[in-house]
Design a protein. Structure first.
Length: 268
């Protein structure tokens, strides 16, 4: 039996992980969520599959994360195999501005960077530290950070994307934090990985690229990296690809930032 904990599990990629993993009754799946009010589809799924455990927590609060880890421990008798850090935020409305657009807007820049760092970097470090003692006792011993190609330097250079400043900086920062955990924990057999899901058809993606003109602009940028990309992939396809990479993760790749194809080039 393999135990999995997924943050941000009420919708999108997080819910996709829960759906995929819970099909196998041998998996114990812990859905870490902030509120039951937005968890309708998850609650319905959990009512049908008894290996899904919903746990309320706040990833910005280390105390509540410690309590969530204690709840997981009660079910698994003190262990966790795989922790998937999926929760995050695209940031404030100022994400549409390039770096120079913040000139004279100190408060806006502080918020753009600060909120993204809090939601996409600090909260994930809090989560790892709260669950680390369970990972140490697990069989798989894997910590997976769901990153983004937006946090990759070469992808940014090639596509020409100058916006999503806070989001990109925070994702890149968490990629580095994951590498730091990897080198620290390697002697214990614990492996980490930053993993890009690609362009996925989530509600968040639709909010950004739903407008036809915006979608055309984004595609033009993406075509500089991959001329064949036509649109976002279905959630189930993206999750299946990522799980293949996660299951194949070895010490040799621990701490790396890989695509959902398991390499460092195929972003779509």
């Amino acid at each position: 039996m393999v135990s999995w904990a997924i943050t941000g599990a009420t919708r999108g990629i997080g819910l996709g992980f829960v759906e995929n993993l819970s099909v196998d009754p041998k998996n114990q799946v812990f859905a870490l969520i902030r509120s039951l009010g937005t968890a309708g589809p998850l609650k319905e799924l959990a009512s049908q599959r008894k290996n899904i455990h919903m746990i309320l927590t706040d990833i910005s609060d280390p105390t509540k994360l410690d309590e969530a880890a204690a709840e997981v421990s009660k079910v698994t008798t003190g262990s966790l195999d795989v922790l998937i850090l999926n929760a995050g935020s695209a940031g404030p409305d100022t994400a549409v501005l390039p770096p120079s657009g913040f000139h004279g807007k100190k408060e806006a820049l502080d918020l753009e960077i600060g909120e993204s760092i809090k939601n996409n970097l600090l909260s994930n470090i809090y989560t790892i530290n709260s669950f680390l003692h369970l990972i140490r006792n697990g069989q798989e011993k894997k910590v997976i950070f769901i990153s983004s190609q937006s946090g990759n330097l070469e992808f940014t250079r090639q596509t020409g994307f100058s916006t999503l400043l806070g989001y990109s900086v925070s994702k890149a920062g968490m990629n580095m934090a994951a590498a730091k955990f990897a080198v620290e924990l390697a002697p214990e057999g614990i492996k980490t990985l930053s993993l890009s899901p690609g362009w996925v058809n989530t509600d968040a993606a639709k909010a950004v690229t739903g407008d036809p003109e915006v979608r055309k602009y984004v595609l033009n940028m993406f075509h500089k990296v991959d001329p064949n990309v036509e649109g976002p992939a279905p959630i189930d396809e993206a999750v299946s690809n990522m799980l293949r990479v996660i299951r194949n993760l070895t010490e040799a790749d621990s701490g790396k930032f890989l695509t959902h194809h398991g390499d460092e080039e195929q972003w779509f």
